[in-house]
Design a protein. Structure first.
Length: 112
């Protein structure tokens, strides 16, 4: 799980690259294969088009590796901004206020 602590605005391509590299490093160092990445967006009050594009690119990159990306705790206006940007094409269903547990439940099956 990753947590974004503030507005999600990408001001430069390098910043976008650093975030993607950091997340890729965390995924690569995971003790077990990663099937889902959940980003806690509860502290993200706004999102701009560049950041939405970055999330779309991240979803495509992870998806190519068989890893799902889930955005948890989206505020209504942030979810609407993502939908308006067309991010659903890469992120799938964009729903406000889904929990981290909802994201994990998409790919983690309860024990039998």
């Amino acid at each position: 799980m990753a947590r974004w602590p503030a507005r999600l605005h990408v001001r430069s391509e390098r910043r976008e690259e650093l975030a993607a590299e950091r997340l890729s490093d965390l995924v690569a160092r995971a003790p077990e294969p990663v099937r889902v990445v959940v980003i806690d967006c509860s502290m993200v009050p706004t999102i701009d088009l560049n950041a939405a594009g970055s999330l779309r690119a991240l979803a495509r990159t992870l998806g190519a590796r068989g890893i799902a990306l889930h955005l948890a705790e989206l505020r209504d206006d942030v979810a609407e901004s993502l939908r308006a940007s067309g991010a659903g094409a890469d992120l799938g269903s964009i729903v406000s206020h889904q929990t981290i547990e909802d994201g994990l439940a998409r790919v983690v099956r309860p024990p039998d």
